[in-house]
Ligand binder design. Structure first.
Ligand SMILES: Nc1ncnc2c1ncn2[C@@H]1O[C@H](COP(=O)(O)OP(=O)(O)O)[C@@H](O)[C@H]1O
Ligand code: SF4
Ligand SMILES: [Mg+2]
Length: 328
């Protein structure tokens, strides 16, 4: 966090990811999982990405890494576009992902050593067997695993230990950028803080840049420099972490905030409580205009007619809402 710079490492511009979904015998419809999202992450920064399940967080992360081909939009790494096959191959050496569920993302029939060594094998990143083993042991040390664990199988470990294995694997190619997709939400609450601290320490040690995804604002609070809030495939607010905690401007961010216990009563009073009713609509039948309007207590006619622009309303604070003046 302290190593944050002002130079963007990864940028996405007007990113869209639409999935073709069958809706009838010969009919299909685009499911707009990510719909025109733009942001950048500075080198050394952690950008927290939050929103309810199904709002498109994982798809943003996967598309940013070119694990899905973007439907539209640009991805830039270190100022250069990542588009051609060759550019994508090169980018993959620098950018990787830690998955949400350490139970299903690690092959239970592989040893810890082979799981961590797999990226080294794929990229032929060693000259001898000895060098491979030494690299694997070093990676295990970085995440607090010891050498006796190397020959054991992933299924023998607890969730927290498995996530350490997943993180060691992600570090194998000395990446610059890691998409951390809800890396602690499958873990016991008692060990979540430990694993988050480890992400932070690794960031300090290796100058890593993170997109840190969570559905819970509390999880990203301490690790994030800035926080972005998504709703139904769109970004609705983005600001410095402290700013978004103390002065959330979008009604959806306010509702997420009001679910978080705030220790400061002054801030708690200022954040008008908004308790949402109803479920998040399906992205296959997204509302016209503002995607949040079916659950927003402030929705007006204008909100049904046009999509509010995502614009900067204070320095570095972006929001998409027509009625900020009335609400705040
Ligand atoms: N491979 C896919 N094919 C079709 N629909 C998908 C696919 N992946 C995700 N979706 C849909 O896209 C939307 C966003 O999903 P996702 O990015 O996983 O959200 P989140 O990570 O915020 O829970 C959801 O409606 C989900 O059902
Ligand atoms: S644009 Fe309208 S519906 Fe959307 S968040 Fe703002 S007030 Fe609510
Ligand atoms: Mg997800």
């Amino acid at each position: 966090m302290d190593q944050q710079t002002n130079k963007p490492l990864v940028e996405v511009r007007h990113l869209k990811e639409y999935f073709d979904v069958t809706t009838g015998l010969f009919r299909s419809k685009p499911l707009k999982a990510v719909d025109d999202v733009s942001f950048s992450i500075m080198r050394g920064e952690t950008l927290g990405l939050v929103g309810e399940s199904g709002c498109g967080k994982t798809t943003v992360g996967r598309t940013m890494l070119h694990l899905y081909k973007p439907t539209a939009g640009e991805i830039l790494f270190d100022g250069k576009p990542v588009k051609t096959k060759q550019e994508i191959m090169e980018y993959r050496k620098h950018a990787t992902m830690v998955f949400q569920d350490p139970y299903s993302s690690l092959n239970p029939r592989m040893t810890v050593s082979d799981i961590i060594g797999e990226p080294l094998d794929i990229h032929k990143a060693y000259a001898s067997k000895e060098e491979r083993s030494a690299k694997i042991l070093e990676l295990m040390e970085h995440v607090g695993l010891n050498s006796e664990h190397a020959a054991r199988y992933a299924h023998e470990f607890s969730g927290g230990q498995r996530q350490r294995i997943g993180i060691a694997r992600a570090l194998a190619m000395n990446p610059d950028f890691i998409v951390c997709d809800e890396p602690v939400s499958a873990l016991d609450v008692s060990i979540q803080a430990q694993v988050i601290n480890m992400f932070y320490e690794l960031q300090q040690k290796f100058g890593l840049t993170y997109l840190f995804i969570a559905h819970d604002l509390l999880v990203v609070r301490h690790i994030s420099n800035r926080i972005a809030v998504m709703y139904l495939g769109k970004m609705v607010e983005l600001a410095d972490a402290a700013e978004i905690y103390e002065h959330p401007l979008h009604p959806y961010s306010k509702s997420l905030m009001s679910a978080v216990p705030v220790p400061d009563p002054k801030i708690a009073r200022e954040n008008k409580r908004i308790v949402l009713t109803g479920d998040i609509p399906s992205p296959l039948n997204a509302p016209s205009g503002c995607p949040f309007r079916t659950r927003c207590p402030y929705a007006s006619e204008e909100c049904a007619c046009s999509m509010p622009e995502f614009k900067e309303v204070r320095k570095g604070h972006f929001v998409a809402c027509h009625r900020l003046a009335e609400i705040n």
